[in-house]
Design a protein around this ligand. Structure first.
Ligand code: PMV
Length: 329
């Protein structure tokens, strides 16, 4: 056993195919240069799992059987921290140790915004705790542990978020097939706009599920179109064709609107980005709030970012992260 271990994992943007990916359609997803850092230490008390989040200003302790005792903040954090506790318990069992663990989360990824913050934290937690307890975990095992933990918080997660946080780079992901790395021969000038409206991914996924149940013949055709967008998107990334990528983002967003997962705040940011000359813009992730992404000509990035701010959002320019999960120390 080591006495301390630190790991990190990247946030992500879904370029094409969110929601459709839940129904075994492909999605294109890219890791971005914001990371969640997790530090794991051997705890003072046997079998006690203590979790602390700096961003949430909250902490609490789980007994090994899952009882939660708040330290900072209230009982509501029990559910938020539960995936981390589940991961810690699983890895403790694999190690055969009976030690306590203290886990500290330090993340610069906006929470509940569609950038995969919870998956990045889960992936980094698995890596940090595995390394602490000397349990050798492959990337595939880290992915599976994080996906199992995500099942606690989301309804029917596709697995796209833990996949990209684990493997990094730019991927095509399909539930039944897993990941395929994509060749990207262009710098993508991407601006992220945050509506700063938190939402629950599971609620948005349930909404789409309900619609699909009532109108399968329509929704399945929309998902066929989503799949065609992903195929053309992969080609455009390989060819470095920003114009085509922008068009495809606009079409993808229109399909998501048809599914009812956009709202006024999202539309305001998207309209502003397009008027400022973005080649394309769409919501990213589950919708209902959270973030949009806009693609711009290389020289126009600042103008698009400014326009998003004027429309009431927060914005930042983002770059690709080639590396997925990594041990920091
Ligand atoms: O949690 P978010 O907002 O990054 O959304 C994940 C993408 C969805 O396709 C909406 C859900 C999923 O499990 O794939």
């Amino acid at each position: 056993m080591k006495s301390i271990s630190r790991a990190s994992a990247p946030a992500k943007v879904i370029l094409f195919g969110e929601h459709f990916v839940v129904y075994d359609r492909p999605a294109i997803v890219m890791a971005i240069d914001r990371r969640a850092y997790v530090t794991a230490r051997i705890g003072r008390e046997k079998n006690l799992i203590v979790v602390r989040s700096r961003a949430m200003n909250a902490s609490g302790a789980y007994t090994i059987s899952g009882e939660y005792h708040p330290i900072e903040g209230g009982l509501e954090n029990k559910t938020k921290f539960k995936p981390i506790y589940m991961i810690a318990r699983r890895i403790l069992a694999m190690s055969g140790e009976e030690t306590g663990i203290e886990i500290e989360v330090d993340s610069t990824i906006p929470i509940a915004a569609g950038l995969g913050s919870s998956a990045a934290v889960a992936v980094a937690s698995a890596a940090a705790i595995g390394n602490l307890l000397k349990v050798k975990l492959s990337q595939d095992e880290i992915f599976r542990l994080a996906l199992e933990a995500e099942r606690i918080v989301h309804v029917n997660p596709s697995g796209v978020d833990p996949a990209i946080s684990t493997y990094g780079g730019t991927l095509i992901y399909r539930r039944s097939e897993g990941i395929r790395r994509l060749e990207v021969n262009v710098d993508l000038p991407l601006i992220i706009g945050d509506t700063c409206i938190e939402r629950v991914t599971g609620d948005m996924v349930s909404h789409v599920g309900g619609l699909r149940g009532r109108y399968p013949s329509i929704i399945d055709r929309i998902m066929d179109a989503g799949e065609a967008i992903v195929n053309l998107g992969a080609e455009a990334l390989r060819e470095g064709n920003l114009k085509v990528l922008g068009d495809l983002m606009n079409i993808n967003h229109a399909l998501l609107c048809a599914l009812g997962v956009s709202n006024d705040a999202i539309e305001r940011l998207i309209g502003a980005a397009r008027r400022a000359g973005a080649l394309g813009a769409k919501l990213t992730g589950a919708g209902g709030g959270g973030c949009i992404i806009a693609l711009s000509e290389p020289g126009n990035v600042d103008r698009v970012a400014e326009a998003i701010k004027h429309a009431g959002g927060e914005s930042f320019v983002t770059g690709r992260a080639m590396e997925g999960v990594r041990i920091e120390e």
